[in-house]
Design a protein. Structure first.
Length: 299
């Protein structure tokens, strides 16, 4: 099982040991060395050699890794000039620019990373967003002025953009992105395709406690007798009725339903069983905390 979030956190912290197996091992070793010596400009110069070479070879995982590391290093430099450790808002702007010019093969993963960077920015500044009152005027482009609803909507938008090419993502074996994603301790059969992996990254957001901050009056809630806790066939036939169409819980239900349909006829049932288990456990925890007075929990 892969863990993209672990890698993203490492990138934010400017971690060392970013080497990848391939024709540019020596260059990646130089990147490692420059980061260890706290020479971000030197590392960026080397990454500027890696990126075009990886793109030319269609080594998209490596190219994505190099681009995001370069952006993080540039954010570190900008933050240093401002007297801080990094500049997350600047990183977001730079990554959005890269996505606009990126090959379509790289965009789903880059959109997921961007969603996580927005989410990380929110978590670092959550007290600011929570204190701001939502205004009638639509927020501008400056992320530092956004309210809670606006930042959560933007995170949601990028996770949804990442999953737009659903059918293509379902055909991409997860091992094609080994240069970017860290291996876990469980077989890839639990997340066999890039689609599986990106869906679970999105689910980590839709199940998070932050969603409770923007609950509308007619919010969609999960009841004790809900099919979410029932048998697979009952759950897959369920079409929740609600006017709260932007509900994070509703989107998570849809994603779980699609994952289960996707793997329903697999000869290896690992991915199917795993999705079904997460479906039951995450929503049972959510329900328990909701009825006990706590709105949600990150499962």
């Amino acid at each position: 099982m892969k863990r993209l979030l672990i890698w993203i956190v490492a990138i934010i912290a400017i971690a060392v040991n970013v080497s990848t197996a391939g024709p540019r091992d020596e260059l990646w070793g130089q990147v490692d060395s420059a980061i260890e010596q706290r020479l971000p400009k030197t590392a960026i110069t080397i990454l500027d050699q890696i990126i075009p070479a990886a793109m030319e070879e269609q080594a998209y995982a490596e190219a994505t890794k190099a681009i995001c590391l370069k952006i993080s290093l540039e954010g570190q430099i900008q933050g240093g000039r401002a007297g801080g450790g990094s500049n997350p808002a600047e990183k977001i702007i730079l990554l959005e620019t890269e996505i606009a010019d990126a090959p379509k093969e790289m965009m789903p993963v880059m959109e997921t990373i961007l969603a996580h960077w927005y989410w990380d920015y929110f978590q670092q500044n959550s007290w600011r967003f929570i204190q701001r009152t939502q205004t009638a005027e639509p927020p501008g482009e400056d992320i530092t002025t956004w309210d809670l609803a606006r930042i959560l909507a933007e995170i949601d938008r990028h996770f949804m953009l990442a999953l737009e090419a659903e059918q293509q993502l379902k055909t991409i074996p997860i091992e094609e992105w080994d240069d970017l994603l860290e291996k876990g301790t469980v077989s890839d059969s639990y997340r066999p395709t890039l689609y599986d992996f990106l869906v679970f990254e999105a689910l980590s957001f839709y199940s998070a406690a932050e969603q409770a901050g923007t609950i509308p009056q007619d919010t969609f809630e999960i009841m004790a007798d809900s099919p979410i806790f029932g048998a697979v066939d009952e759950f897959l036939a369920w079409e929740p009725k609600t006017s709260d169409t932007d509900s994070a819980k509703l989107k998570a239900i849809s994603l779980y339903q699609d994952l289960l349909r996707f793997h329903q006829d697999d000869s290896d049932k690992s991915a199917f069983i795993d999705a079904d288990l997460w479906r039951r456990v995450s929503y049972r925890l959510s329900y328990i905390w909701t009825v006990s007075g706590k709105k949600d929990i990150q499962a």
